[in-house]
Design a protein around this ligand. Structure first.
Ligand code: HEC
Ligand code: HEC
Length: 186
């Protein structure tokens, strides 16, 4: 390869890697079967046992934010749950796991859930919502000052601090309010 072409190619690749959501990618999703008929957001949490057992340290994350595979891995390693012990009696563990699997991304037809699956493109899903390709794309413009270094937020895992209707399964970007920072305009 001629040096000039090699440099142009390298620059193009570097640029492509730095770009956020390609517009046509979003359009492709919107016009696909995953995007057209689905209900907005994710299925809201309606299971009381789940809300009580998994909503004491952080919000009870709506099951549609992660694929079944991630929930299975989370629910089989509760003794070492992100540095905490979140073990449950076996009966409750199984009931909660079944609930999570019923509404997992890829199983319940909601837009945010479908977008989670779409952006994974068949890759092995991570354990965390905050490590999903879709999550990263949607939040890459937020500075450390708004999140990690913000004493009122600290962690991206605290969805409900910024998304006022997270417990209802709504993550609409027009309903975002960052504590200590204000309404977010991009
Ligand atoms: C003893 C406290 C505790 C309990 C109980 C608990 N968790 Fe967690 N969970 C944590 C901590 C701590 C983290 C990491 C948060 C962070 O990094 O800011 C976490 C993170 C998570 C995450 C990843 C969030 C992200 O960053 O994307 C999921 C999913 C999760 N928990 C699900 C559950 C489920 C399901 C249950 C119930 C079986 C549960 N948790 C119960 C403490 C707990
Ligand atoms: C520090 C505040 C903050 C936290 C914490 C946060 N988000 Fe967000 N989120 C935002 C902002 C701001 C946007 C809009 C970004 C943009 O438009 O560029 C957004 C966008 C989104 C979107 C896309 C919404 C749309 O209408 O396209 C989803 C879905 C979402 N967040 C889910 C989550 C989940 C799930 C969590 C927790 C695991 C979370 N967010 C934690 C601030 C936050």
């Amino acid at each position: 390869m001629k040096p000039f072409i090699a440099i142009t190619l390298a620059a193009t690749l570097a640029l492509a890697a730095a770009l956020p959501v390609p517009a046509d990618e979003k359009e492709a999703f919107e016009s696909s079967a995953w995007g057209t008929h689905a209900r907005p957001g994710v299925a809201p949490v309606r299971n009381r046992l789940y809300r009580e057992e998994c909503g004491s340290c952080h919000m009870a994350y709506p099951p549609g934010l992660l694929p079944a595979q991630s929930w299975e891995r989370i629910m089989t390693s509760l003794d070492d749950h992100f540095g905490e012990n979140a073990e449950l009696p076996e009966r409750d563990r199984v009931r909660i796991l079944n609930y999570l699997l019923d509404y997992a991304a890829g199983r319940a037809d909601y837009r945010v859930s479908n977008r989670v699956m779409w952006d994974l493109k068949g890759q092995q899903p991570p354990l965390r919502i905050t490590e999903l390709p879709y999550f990263r794309r949607e939040h890459h413009e937020l500075s450390p000052r708004m999140v990690r270094k913000n004493p009122k937020v600290r962690s991206f895992s605290n969805c409900d601090l910024c998304h006022a209707h997270a417990d209802k399964g709504s993550f609409d970007e027009h309903e975002v309010y960052i504590p200590g920072y204000g309404r977010y305009d991009d």
